[in-house]
Design a protein around this ligand. Structure first.
Ligand code: IPM
Ligand code: MG
Length: 368
């Protein structure tokens, strides 16, 4: 059988540095676990703009639609701040999400025991935390029309539109309920039904999907502002949080930081399953391009590693190998390996991106 195919788009800022370590891990699975991938590398974001004048070349888009999974590093940076909106690095990522129809974005926030002290919250509030945010990713205010900056009388008006169809809400709700069944069996859906019609419809459709097909899952609804508050007050009350594109963007950054560092959090963006039952899929760390530390060997490659672990689990049916990689990460953290994002000012010298890669590869070897 042919090897599964992976398209790597390392992108901008710290993307290429962290991806270089993930590539070593991918090679390790090929060499040591008989799990070889056919890997292609291409450009996205500012890197693609520099080469082609567009943040995502049509050929890259076409390949993304053909491969079994896409692994993305990060996009964006101050160098591109003044570009026209239509060619900004972020547009490359948004085009991938939209054209691959990756409507379900899974953002786990898990607090590793060894890192509970790094959270800005008290240790007992976050120790053992394991929640999953399911963010709708292809609709809502990110894509709704009309949008733009228009003349109105003697001034300009900026417009974006929050728009959700019943079927868009229905399909992402199903993916949240399916996930919950394999975890803690609880879904909390978040919107602003108190001020937004799209929120009223969201709540109604989620409840309907629940009552019809998932009555055994415990469902609650919460206004998103209260959700943000509850996330920092008592995050362990949640199992799966289901929410829209914009609230999901904000709540997932908030949830990520509970775990100690944005450098730890992976994500999976999944579409509808193809004929072989494999979903269209893109995996990426939640952290951005971190231009302030790019090129210095300081970045934490763990979020990107854990994104590859999610690919093993959700695209390649290799749950045991995903667990192996996650356990290797947990081991190096327990042994005290710390990149700069995981240290206080008085904690001594951090290890580099490559040294973190070395440590994880050694832990993988030790797992055999
Ligand atoms: C994210 C990012 C993106 C988003 C940006 C880079 C377009 O913040 O994935 O959370 O807003 O969705
Ligand atoms: Mg974000």
């Amino acid at each position: 059988m042919a090897n599964p195919t992976l398209l790597i788009l390392a992108g901008d800022g710290i993307g290429p540095e962290v991806m270089a370590q993930v590539t070593r891990v991918i090679d390790w699975f090929g060499a040591k676990r008989d799990l070889a991938f056919d890997v292609e590398n291409d450009l996205v974001g500012g890197a693609a703009y520099d080469a082609h004048g567009t943040p995502l070349h049509d050929d890259t888009m076409a390949r993304a639609l053909e491969v079994d999974a896409v692994l993305l590093g990060a996009v964006g940076g101050p160098k591109y701040d003044d570009l026209d909106f239509s060619v900004k690095p972020e547009r490359g990522l948004l085009r991938l999400r939209k054209e691959m129809d990756l409507f379900s974005n899974l953002r786990p926030a898990q607090c590793f025991d060894a890192l509970a002290d790094f959270s800005s919250l008290k240790k007992d509030v976050v120790a053992g935390l394991d929640i999953m945010i399911v963010r709708e990713l292809t609709s809502g205010v990110y894509f709704g029309e009309p949008r733009g900056i228009f003349e109105e009388g003697n001034e300009r008006v900026g417009i974006n539109t929050q728009r959700y169809t019943e079927s868009e809400i229905d399909r992402v709700a199903r993916s949240a309920f399916e996930l919950a069944k394999r975890r803690g069996n609880k879904v909390c859906s978040m919107e602003k039904a108190n001020v937004m019609e799209s929120g009223i419809l969201w709540r109604e459709v989620v409840q309907r999907v629940h009552d019809a097909d998932y009555p055994e899952v415990e469902l609650s609804h919460m206004y998103a502002d209260n959700g943000a508050m509850q996330l920092v007050r008592a995050p362990k009350q949640f199992d799966v949080i289901l929410t829209d594109n914009l609230f999901g963007d904000i709540l997932s950054d908030c949830a990520a930081m509970l775990t100690g560092s944005l450098g730890m959090l992976p994500s999976a963006s999944l579409g509808a399953p193809n004929a072989e039952g494999r979903p269209k899929a893109l995996y990426e760390p939640v952290h951005g391009s971190a231009p302030d530390i790019a090129g210095q060997g300081k970045a934490n490659p763990i979020a990107c590693m854990l994104s590859f672990a999610m690919a093993l689990r959700y695209s390649f049916d290799q749950g045991d190998e995903a667990t192996r990689l996650e356990a290797a990460v947990e081991k190096v953290l327990a042994d005290g390996a710390r990149t700069a994002d995981l240290m206080g000012p008085d904690d001594g010298a951090p290890i580099s991106t490559t040294e973190m890669g070395d440590a994880i590869l050694a832990a993988l070897d030790a797992s055999l």
